[in-house]
Design a binder for this molecule. Structure first.
Ligand code: AMP
Ligand code: MG
Length: 357
């Protein structure tokens, strides 16, 4: 997008909660903008998404430009009804239908070989397409109002922490998008689980977890049996090593401050912080450890409360930037359940700087 083509309409559309009737005018206005090829930041249950017509390369081009997103990083296509799925893909294996029945609408994205309907601009040049049916009633109403599947990556500037409130979208995208829906905070707080159901070597479907989220690895294994965890979920892929998911790059979800992920028990964390205390440094810890951390500290939930950690982590990283933090020590979450999703985001926010306390 050139300087002169930048969106001129800069508006927030106020919504009142989950009341679709009360919000019909704002939702219809969003639908009109999207049908006209514009882009709109919308709430979903995971994080705010920057939506545009998934089948129109001009619209998705605007999304990449507004986010500053590399064009090889594919977009997730959001649908409102199951019938919208078959036209987007070349096949729908039994595994995909099983998962959709169990977890849709919800925070699970399924990758399959794409049909000719999906432009290369949407799939980042890949031969596959990622599809999800969100739970959020407002997101679904916007898809219906637009009358088309919507590509909607997180509504942040590429690389920064994902937006979990409409204000985060304003901070990152004001003047770069056609409208921002002023709606509720996101109840999940981290992006969807991304699972590939492609066939490997032309043979059987080989479920592969590319990004952990609120639909957990344990839940997926209950339905599918074996699920491979892609190496990129927890490890830093060396330069030149092929990433199955182009979005799982080295540094991502990162605030301006340096992030250090500190693994270990409460005494280990406390000791590590005590040795490192300097001005401009902050800690993000578990709620029960707040009184004993000798640094300005914020809690992101109890140690075992992965749902709270997911809901709070991006908001806190942004908040500490606002306070001018230079360095943030985060007590690493456990890696089971939704904790794996939180850990996956933090390890990237920390550019894989992990200290064992
Ligand atoms: P975001 O839209 O910001 O939630 O990021 C979408 C994530 O899904 C990124 O990590 C992408 O790399 C990944 N993704 C989307 N489509 C595909 C695909 N066809 N193959 C592999 N990964 C994908
Ligand atoms: Mg993102």
């Amino acid at each position: 997008m050139t300087e002169t083509e930048e969106p001129q309409t800069k508006e927030t559309l106020l919504l009142r909660g989950y009341d679709l009737a009360a919000d019909a005018a704002a939702i219809n206005q969003a639908g009109r903008i999207l049908r006209g090829g514009g882009i709109v930041a919308i709430p979903t249950e995971t994080v705010y998404g920057l939506a545009g017509n998934a089948l129109d390369p001009d619209a998705t081009g605007k999304i990449y430009a507004a986010k500053g997103r590399p064009s090889d990083n594919p977009l997730i296509v959001h649908i409102d009804r199951l019938e919208e799925w078959p036209p987007l893909v070349r096949e729908l294996p039994e595994e995909a239908l099983l998962l959709a029945r169990k977890f849709w609408p919800g925070p699970l994205t399924i990758i399959l070989p794409k049909s000719g309907l999906v432009p290369d601009a949407t799939s980042g040049g890949l031969d596959t397409v990622a599809v999800r049916m969100p739970w959020d009633p407002i997101a679904r109403a916007v898809i219906r109002a637009a009358g088309m599947p919507l590509a909607a990556p997180s509504a942040n500037r590429s690389g920064s922490p994902s937006p979990t409130t409409w204000r985060h979208c304003v901070d990152d995208l004001w003047g770069r998008v056609d409208a921002i829906l002023q709606s509720h905070d996101c109840r999940v707080g981290v992006e969807s689980t991304v699972l590939s159901l492609c066939r490997e070597g032309g043979g059987a479907v080989r479920p592969r977890l590319l990004r952990p989220g609120a639909v957990t690895l344990e839940q997926l294994r209950e339905v599918l049996g074996e699920v491979v965890v892609d190496r990129g979920v927890l490890e830093h892929l060396e330069n030149g090593e092929k990433a199955h998911s182009p979005g799982m790059k080295y540094r991502h979800y990162a605030p301006a401050a340096e992030v250090v992920l500190v693994a270990g028990d409460r005494e280990g964390f406390r000791g590590y912080i005590r040795d490192h205390e300097r001005p401009g440094e902050y800690a993000i810890c578990f709620e029960e450890d707040l009184p004993m951390v000798e640094l300005p500290a914020f809690a992101y939930g109890k140690r075992g409360d992965h749902a709270a950690q997911a809901r709070e982590i991006f908001r806190l990283l942004r908040e500490l930037d606002r306070l001018g933090a230079k360095k943030i020590y985060v007590h690493a979450p456990e890696k089971d359940g939704v904790g794996l999703a939180v850990y996956n985001r933090l390890v990237r926010a920390a550019a894989f700087h992990i200290e064992q306390a």
